[in-house]
Design a protein around this ligand. Structure first.
Ligand code: NAP
Length: 258
């Protein structure tokens, strides 16, 4: 297990799913953890669960990442509680289905607002605190969908997840002189509340497409995020790391059945 007991960590979209998994790993490793999402009841429930995992403090802040001022309030609230921010996990994201022939401007705007603008606003809000850290870390939750693969009905989502990587590469260059690294985790299919809403047929189909045979867990993503947050990962920046049980590897269905 990674030792992160001197780290102050902010995680957006952390009341459920991958964000909660990341928060669980950091809390278990001893970090002070600030979780953020929109629903206050969900925040209270998640803080209650995370509080028991490690010696660090856990706080929750209601935030909408589509609002730059809300992101700034998250950063300021975390600094007020912990004294600083060492790690930002920009994880909040949505994945509603919208086939191209029915996608509305509002569908497109909503996905880009949360997944792209939300990522940029979160990083900007935490920038001064990450700089003061002297070993700042930004870990963005992207996806295989968009940067590597495609799936009918999710073209706007794929565009948003690829856009996060374009942002990451230039941010990594801009922030390197401040000793801040910026990396992205690209999950495959991870069994979260959000993915469960896609239905059993979708989940079974995905499991058949994964060489490892099963969907991943939120902790699988949390463990990579925790490594990227360590002092030992200081020289890794601007990178996209796939965590998918081998899902993007097969060249054909035969490759899976052979
Ligand atoms: P999830 O289970 O639906 O959880 C989403 C979290 O984000 C919740 O805490 C939600 O809380 C929060 N959130 C949504 N909109 C927000 C907003 N505007 N401001 C602040 N928080 C917001 O989703 P997930 O499956 O864990 O996905 C998390 C991230 O992983 C996303 O970026 C997604 O694209 C990425 N991802 C997931 C998978 C997968 O297989 N699950 C695969 C690849 C990538 P509130 O609704 O209360 O705000």
């Amino acid at each position: 297990m990674f030792v992160l007991d001197n780290k102050n960590v902010v995680i957006t979209g952390a009341t459920k799913g991958i964000g909660f998994g990341i928060a669980s790993v950091f809390a278990t490793a001893g970090a002070n953890v600030a979780i953020a999402a929109r629903s206050q009841p969900d925040i209270d429930t998640a803080v209650g669960k995370l509080d028991t995992l490690g010696p660090g403090r856990v706080i929750g802040l209601a935030v909408d990442v589509t609002d730059a001022e809300s992101c700034q309030a998250l950063a300021d609230g975390t600094v007020a509680a912990f004294g600083g921010i060492d790690v930002l996990c920009a994880n909040a994201g949505i994945f509603p289905e919208a086939p191209l022939h029915t996608m509305t401007p509002a569908d497109l705007a909503t996905v880009l607002d949360v997944n792209v603008k939300g990522t940029v606003y979160s990083v900007q809000a935490c920038l001064d605190a990450l700089t003061r850290s002297g070993a700042g870390r930004v870990i963005i939750t992207s996806s295989i969908t968009g940067p590597v693969t495609g799936f009918p009905g999710w073209s706007h989502y794929g565009a948003s997840k690829a856009a996060q990587l374009g942002f990451m590469r230039t941010a990594a260059i801009e922030l390197a002189p401040r000793q801040i690294t910026v990396n992205a985790v690209l999950p495959g299919n991870i069994l979260t509340e959000g993915l469960q809403d896609m239905g059993e047929e979708y989940l079974a189909g995905m499991a058949r497409a994964i060489p490892a045979g099963t969907l991943g867990t939120p902790a699988d993503i949390g463990h990579l995020a925790a490594f990227l947050a360590t002092d030992e990962a200081r020289y890794i920046t601007g990178q996209s790391i796939v965590v998918d049980g081998g899902q993007i590897l097969p060249e054909s269905l035969d490759a899976l059945n052979g």
